[in-house]
Design a protein. Structure first.
Length: 264
């Protein structure tokens, strides 16, 4: 007995247009329909799996970015500590330089045991500085250079570099004036600060001037308030343009110069 050939089964799809066109029919074999359905299922599974994998990968990336940010802040904080150590070392070197410069000229008291970087007040009476000068002329209240305040005082920031003074931007060769009467205790070149000046004033004040184009006074020279002591420049490694980095120290500690600038 002969085997009957299996009948081919079809599925008809009726397409009815919105307009006045006649309906159309689409006839597909059941095997083709099953294949299409299977492919759609596989496609949906792949899309769902890909979305879940992408979401998980995104979560991992976000967590990694968070950890990198925390690590960056930690590294920056450690660098901040190292910078503070370098600043302390530089101040200690300044103190040694000052003490060495005045050896044999005046009496300089030994450093305090409780403050290794204390700038000891110089005995101005032994240097014959006019005792009748007013308190006004002894405090650094005169802005040393006219210009734009590019950066302020930041002594304890954990998320930016320590900045122990203010940056005043101006044209190269702009005159820099002494903010108060005093004595030049340091005048030299440093790699980071370029040409640097340090002036000791009465009442335990000390002022620092960095990145000068040229210094116009010498060590142990007495200066008057308003006297031109240097010309503004862009010297040294740590500088981004012509400006004066100006610091004020009181009793061996940095203070905000803005607190004393009351005359222009």
């Amino acid at each position: 007995m002969a085997h009957r050939k299996p009948e081919k089964r079809y599925i008809n799809f009726l397409i009815i247009p919105d307009g006045k066109e006649e309906p159309r029919s689409l006839r597909l074999r059941t095997g083709v329909v099953r294949l299409i359905i299977g492919l759609l299922i596989i496609f949906l599974v792949l899309v769902t799996g890909g979305f879940m994998a992408y979401w998980k990968l995104g979560s991992v990336i976000l967590e990694n970015n968070r950890l990198q940010e925390e690590n960056f802040k930690l590294v920056k904080s450690l660098k901040q500590v190292d910078q503070i150590k370098e600043n302390l070392s530089l101040l200690q070197n300044y103190e040694k330089k000052i003490r060495s410069s005045f050896q044999g000229y005046i009496q300089v008291e030994p450093p305090s045991e409780t403050d290794s970087i204390s700038w000891n007040e110089i005995n101005f009476e032994t240097m014959n500085i006019d005792k009748q000068r007013s308190l006004f002329n002894s405090i650094p209240s005169l802005i040393p250079v006219e210009g734009f305040m590019a950066r302020g005082f930041e002594a304890s920031s954990l998320f930016s570099d320590v900045h122990l003074g203010v940056d005043i931007a101006a044209k190269t060769m702009t005159p820099i004036r002494a903010p108060a009467d005093g004595v030049v205790v340091f005048e030299s070149w440093t790699d980071d600060g370029g040409y640097v000046l340090v002036i000791q004033h009465a009442f335990s004040f000390l002022t620092v001037y960095k990145h000068n184009q040229i210094n116009l006074v010498n060590e142990l020279e007495k200066v008057r308030k308003g006297q031109v002591i240097a010309l503004l420049g862009n010297t040294g490694k740590i500088t981004s343009g012509p400006h004066l980095h100006y610091e004020v120290w009181r009793n061996g500690r940095p203070v905000n110069p803005i607190n004393y600038l009351n005359e222009r």
